[in-house]
Structures are given as C-alpha cells and as structure tokens.
Design a protein around this ligand. Structure first.
Ligand SMILES: Cc1cc2nc3c(=O)[nH]c(=O)nc-3n(C[C@H](O)[C@H](O)[C@H](O)COP(=O)(O)O)c2cc1C
Length: 391
C-alpha cells in the first residue's frame, strides 16, 4: 500500500515481488503469476530506465516463472523466462541491486528450477550444464545451494541418482539450512508443500553412505505404480508395507501424481533405493530399474483404470501396466475412487476387461469400497489387502 501510494515504480515492483512470493508460498500459484505479470506490464516503461528497475522487473518475471511451473500455466514458463532474460540482457551484468542478485546467471538458475519443477529433469540438467561457474560463484551462498538442490532434483528425475546425491551433499556444504528439514520448530514446517525444497536428515545420512551399499538385495522386485488420488500422498506407507513383506520396491508415478509428490521425490528415491520414475526414458538412456516380478497399481484412479483397459500407453505408468498384461506378469490394482466415479458405465466395463485379462482388481468385497464423494478416508485404504493379493 505504502509502495503504491509512493507512485515509485521501483518500490511498487519491489514490494510486488514479495507479495508474489507470499501468494506462491500459500499455494496460490495462479494468482501469483497473474499478479506478477500484471504489475510488470503496468510499470515496465518506468522500470527499464534504471538498473534497480530492471532488476525488480526481471525478478518479477522470474518469480512468475516458478509459480507458473507449479500452476496450470506451464506454457507460460518459456515466455516469462524470456522476459526476464530481456531484462538481464539490458542490465548486462550479474548485479545485486536492491538485494535481488538479478542478472543473466539468476535467469539461468531459475530456468533450471522451473524445468525441475515441471519434471523435465533431463532438460534441467542440460540447462544447468550451460551455466558458467564464475557466475555461480558470485551468487549468494544460499542461492547457490538452492540451485544445487534443483540440479539434484533434475538428476533424480533423469534417473541419475548417484550424481543427485553428490549435488545434494555439495548443497549441504554450501548452506545446510537450504537442505535440512528443520526438526524442532513446527512453525518452520508449516505451509503448503509446493515451495519447500528441503530434505530430511535421514536422506542425507543415507546419502553419505557408500553408494554401493545402498542396494544389495535379491528380493523380488515390485513396481508400485501410483496415480493421482489421495493415498498417493501416503505412498510411503505402501512402500514400507511392501518392503516389510520382502519386496524390493521401484516407484513409478503418473505425471499427475508426480506433481503432487514433487517435494518428496528424492526422499522416496532414498526410501526405495531406486530413482522415482515418472516419464518414459529417452531411447538412448539405459533402464534404471531391475525387471519386475509383479506390479501393484495403487492408488489406481478412475482415469488410469479406464485408459489401461482401452490400451492407452501415453504415460510410463500406463506403458508398464498395459505391457504387463501381455507379459502375463502378476498385476494387482487397488482403486481409490468415489461412488460418482464408480457409477460411470465405463468403470464396470474396464474392471471386467482387466479382470478377464488376468489383473486382480481389488474393487468391492474385501478390496476398496468406493466412498461418498468428498468422504474418502485415506487411513482406511487397504494396502494390506493389495499386498496379500500379491503373495
Ligand atoms: C484433490 C484431488 C483428488 C482427487 N481424487 C481422486 C480420486 O480419489 N480418485 C480418482 O480416480 N481421481 C481423483 N482425482 C482426479 C485425478 O487426479 C485425475 O483424474 C487425474 O487426471 C488422474 O491422472 P492419473 O490417472 O494419470 O494419475 C483427484 C484430483 C484431485 C485434484
């Protein structure tokens, strides 16, 4: 308000950058994008006249690009980064006007961050490789550490777990507070998941172990495939229960589920001892998972069940489960859906088709019973029934 009253474009845009941050941290990504871009375009003409103005203008676009990567505005991300890049080009140097650390390097590290947030791990890693070390060295320590965490996330998504661990340890050396999850102050843990980028002490403790000890097992391999329904947020329960019954669990998420679990991917990779896979690999990339002995689709959504029955394979998750039928591998599906979804005629047809082709669909009876819309209970999700069906 005070900034608006002052009529000073730099002060207004500087304050707007913090408002945008606050919106984003509260999970209002879409509003954050709209607010930042509206402020930037309203004051652009005045802001481009000074280095301070260019810096806050560029930062507004950068904040908007990260928020857009989280909202349904992914297609806006390249344009926002380009607008920030224009401001950086006009500025010409990596500056730190008004403590923004804005300049070409900051644009590059935001590009990496946005790509990692959109699960484009391979592109994030490639973008990171283009950044000059001198620019990175000049950044404030905590920005550098945050960047290393983004690179670690990209590497994990690209299936390069060991390099991810190395980056994470490097980030910890730079700024431990960027990496560790504060354990004593509950207030510090509050806030929606999308903006937290920290990792638990257990992750780092495991990361410090020699890498060759991280998985030496001859257990049977279970591909646990999780779709975007609420039990995905408790996927750790499913993994730990399966591990307790002797399975070596490899976690695959649908792209929608991966968005829900974005901040936990590295921890989940640590828990399973394998990268978390969310997308098809490139043809030239090696397989990162051992071959499966069985597959468990849990939670299985209305969407995935119907696409699976139709033979659609446009995600890695669907590719694996559609092929599993042809390979005659044991496959169990534990749905999670409400009575309205269950009432759609497609669901019954899909379940019948999958059952007729050897898939154990745990719907009804001792399996999952659809709930009244908005009355689901993830605590009652019958993981044990699924594991029993696999044994
Ligand atoms: C908060 C929230 C809860 C949802 N819960 C369910 C659910 O319980 N069951 C379901 O089938 N879909 C649910 N959906 C819809 C799926 O997430 C959506 O259909 C998505 O496209 C599924 O993609 P996937 O099958 O590739 O994971 C939910 C969506 C949201 C945003």
């Amino acid at each position: 308000m005070a900034a608006e009253r002052s009529g000073d474009a730099v002060a207004i845009a500087g304050a707007a950058r913090h408002v945008c941050d606050a919106m984003f941290h509260r999970g209002n990504s879409r509003e954050a994008v709209e607010f930042a871009t509206a402020t930037a375009s309203r004051h652009q003409r005045d802001l481009v006249r000074s280095s301070q103005g260019l810096s806050v203008l560029g930062m507004l676009y950068l904040k908007a690009s990260l928020a857009a990567a989280h909202a349904e505005h992914r297609s806006d991300v390249p344009g926002l980064l380009e607008a920030a890049g224009d401001a950086a080009e006009r500025l010409g140097v990596d500056g730190n006007a008004l403590w923004t650390a804005f300049g070409p390097t900051n644009v590059s590290i935001h590009r990496v961050s946005a790509l990692a947030r959109m699960h484009d791990g391979a592109d994030a890693v490639a973008a990171a490789a283009q950044i000059e070390q001198t620019g990175l060295s000049a950044l404030p320590r905590e920005r550098r550490a945050a960047h290393l965490v983004d690179v670690a996330r990209g590497l994990t998504q690209a299936g390069r777990r060991e390099e991810a661990v190395t980056k994470l340890l490097e980030a910890e050396r730079e700024a431990p507070e960027e990496v560790h999850l504060p354990s004593t102050d509950p207030a510090a843990c509050r806030g929606p998941a999308p903006t937290r980028r920290r990792f638990g002490r257990r992750t780092l403790a495991r990361a410090r172990r020699p890498l060759w000890t991280s998985r030496m097992t001859d257990s049977r391999v279970l591909y646990l495939i999780a779709c975007a329904a609420p039990p995905a947020q408790r996927i750790r329960t499913g993994i730990e229960k399966a591990q307790a019954t002797g399975w070596d669990v490899c976690l695959v998420l649908t792209p929608s589920a991966a968005r829900w679990l974005d901040e936990e991917l590295l921890e989940l990779a640590e828990l399973t001892g394998h990268p978390v896979r969310t997308a098809y690999k490139l043809p030239q990339q090696a397989d990162v998972f051992p071959s499966p002995d069985a597959l468990l689709v849990a939670p299985a959504t209305f969407n995935t069940i119907n696409k699976w029955a139709q033979g659609i394979a446009d995600t890695l998750a669907l590719g694996l489960v559609t092929e599993a039928i042809g390979l005659q591998l044991p496959v169990v599906a534990l749905p999670y859906l409400n009575q309205a979804q269950a009432g759609h005629p497609a669901l019954g047809r899909s379940v019948d088709l999958l059952r007729a082709n050897g898939v154990t669909v745990l719907l009804g009876g001792d399996g999952f019973i659809p709930h009244i819309p908005k009355h689901g209970n993830v605590d009652a999700y019958p993981w044990d029934a699924a594991l029993a069906a696999l044994s």
